[in-house]
Design a protein around this ligand. Sequence first.
Ligand code: AVJ
Length: 314
Amino acid sequence: MNTNFKKDIDLGLSAPHKTLPSKYFYDKIGDALFVEIMNMPEYYLTEAEFDIFKNQNQELIKALQLEPSTFFELVELGAGDGTKTKQLLKALDDQNYNFEYVPIDISEHALLNLKSSVASELPNVKIRPKQGDYFNVLADLKKTEHPIIVLFLGSNIGNLPDSRAKEFIHKLNDNLKIGDRVLLGVDLIKSKDIVLPAYNDAQGITKRFNLNLLTRINTELGADFDLNSFEHKPEYTEEEGIARSFLVSTKNQTVTVRSLNKSFHFTEGEKIHTETSRKYNDRILEDILGQSSLKICDRLTDSKQLFADYVLEK
Ligand code: AVJ
């Protein structure tokens, strides 16, 4: 992990257009900041998807073509705290559906919390958390005969550039059987005046989240980034539908990374690309599904049409 981190930071800072992988946001501090971001009023994604799970869970159950008598597994990739999913679990439990909830996460800590909250709030729901890489766990599940419903929520797929999203979908497809379904939550393309504030909240939490990447490099790789000499800057164009976050150097400066034995020069105004957050519509999603055998069979949106949960079927 640490050697990958070191290698990826070196690669990203040596590139002609400097870039740092967004997956490194999520250390302990980053996890906590992300929870705060999700509760910011500007970050509409959380509430929008929650609205679907809370107010349309009957429609959701119908769209997923679930049957009360057929046992199925509800597998969630990157489950987090499960706030939205618990709405669906509750509706299924109330109607005596026969299922098991299998949240998958790399964080053991997140899974333990989720397990205890499900146990206390929904004591009848069977939960079997699995720690590890999504695809390793999915490969194991493939061997089972009962239907699998995969949940991949929160527009998490949006962090992947389209080419990598296609790879992800193809890998997911390879790990499913005919008839298995996927509930894919994605943020919809919309105007700048809604998207930009979501990545630049007034309280400056997203700014701290972005700058935390530099703090990590300072503490883990012995670098001397001056956090006051970099600004947080999100960009978005509706035509493209992609939000990008940058850290912009406010002056000419040189940063030394001790464990790499290297220095990196930044000119005034030079940007480090730190995150991509893609927004979708039917056409873009269809392009990403491409030649895989996953097909869109339904789509639910929140009352403000900000967010969509697509039902895909293999
Ligand atoms: C977790 C990838 C959906 O891109 O909207 C939020 C992460 N970054 N604010 C997103 C994030 C800055 C988030 N996803």
